[in-house]
Design a protein around this ligand. Structure first.
Ligand SMILES: [Zn+2]
Length: 349
């Protein structure tokens, strides 16, 4: 195996899993989301470049992917540093930074942020959605892609010596493209070699998570050590949710703080509110899945930062945890979701 067994790998090196504390399993601290710009309806074009000021905040919150500047989180390192200090002060310990190749991963910035804030930051290896795959990368075999991912974990990524501690978020569309299938197989092969955690971004269809699990399993991946992200906007039907839960991956509700009427990436989706997310957690706990739940905000645009009137990285600790407790979720269950489950997932086998 890799010699990482029993440890968690942060951008500053290996740590004992007991040091992680409260962990958000899906965030971005620096990324660029230009790849997913959504055009606006006729007559609204001027808003796509409107200044990020108070009178425009609500429009940007409702149309976050249609505002050019909003997609460039990488310009906000100073604001993110302040947010991480606030997260630490609110009792936070660790952030899993899910930015992979294709959306401007920046490992030196992550290392700097970890040093300055003393928040543990775990970086992600691998590739985002097909739309970001380069011509060179598309030519690679599964074996070659596996080598790249293993190297990002064992030796460092993007020409640095900074090592990734998790594979993902691996991006998949719906239907899953051939190039994305290769990356999923490579992620499973790398996981087999390394015994490491994997995290997946499913396409926006309720059949997507199940199909991904099938592909990973066929490639020998360890589904029990894999997080399925964005369940909030992917599976709503309680029966379908339980069918998926039975497959054994971690289930992640990771869009806490997002309240929007129309979800531009899939207008057939009614994006749940935070209250409905808490209801979903309570339901899955009642059904026996408290050891399989993890949560986060998936901050990936500027409007989510407190600097721009957003909820920031401390929203879960400050607002969602009290709400969970008030809805019958016990402190012990909250601790499982925020501490024990992430710890178990992130520890190399
Ligand atoms: Zn993400």
């Amino acid at each position: 195996m890799s010699g990482l067994s029993g440890k968690v790998q942060t951008v500053l090196g290996l740590v004992d899993p007991s040091q992680l504390g409260r962990t958000l399993t899906h965030e971005h601290l620096t990324m660029n989301y230009d790849c997913c710009f959504c055009p606006v309806s006729p007559g609204e074009e001027a808003m796509t470049t409107a200044p990020m000021e108070m009178k425009n905040v609500h429009w940007i919150q409702q149309n976050p992917y249609s505002h050019r500047e909003n997609l460039v989180l990488s310009q906000e390192t100073e604001a993110v540093r302040e947010e991480l200090l606030a997260f630490k002060k609110a009792g936070g310990g660790t952030i899993v930074e899910n930015t992979t190749t294709g959306i401007a991963r920046n490992l030196p910035v992550l290392r700097q942020l970890a040093k300055e804030t003393e928040v543990h930051i775990v970086a992600g290896a691998g590739y985002y959605l097909d739309v970001t795959h380069s011509a060179d990368m598309r030519k690679m075999t599964v074996e070659k892609l596996t080598d790249v991912i293993v190297n990002e974990v064992l030796h460092g990524a993007d020409g640095t010596d900074i090592r990734c501690g998790v594979i993902g978020e691996i991006g998949t569309s719906w239907p899953i493209t051939d190039s994305e299938k290769k990356v999923l197989c490579a992620a499973a092969h790398a996981q087999t070699q390394l015994g490491c955690p994997v995290i997946i971004h499913p396409g926006r269809n309720s059949a997507a998570p199940k199909e991904i699990v099938r592909i990973l399993q066929e490639a020998g991946g360890d589904v029990s050590k894999t997080v399925m992200s964005h369940i909030d906007r992917t599976i709503y039907d309680p029966t379908e949710l339980l069918e998926f839960a039975k497959l054994g991956s971690y289930i992640e509700y990771d869009l806490f703080g997002v309240e929007m009427l129309n979800y531009a990436f899939n207008t057939s989706v009614d994006m749940p509110s935070d209250s409905q997310r808490v209801q979903a957690l309570a339901y899955l706990i009642k059904e026996g899945y408290e050891d399989k739940l993890v949560i986060a905000h998936d901050v990936h645009t500027k409007n989510r930062l407190t600097k721009y009137g957003g909820h920031g990285y401390s929203h879960i600790l400050k607002n969602i945890v009290p709400k969970m407790l008030s809805r019958g979720i016990t402190q012990n269950q909250v601790d499982k979701i925020l501490i024990d489950n992430p710890k178990k997932w992130l520890t190399f086998k």
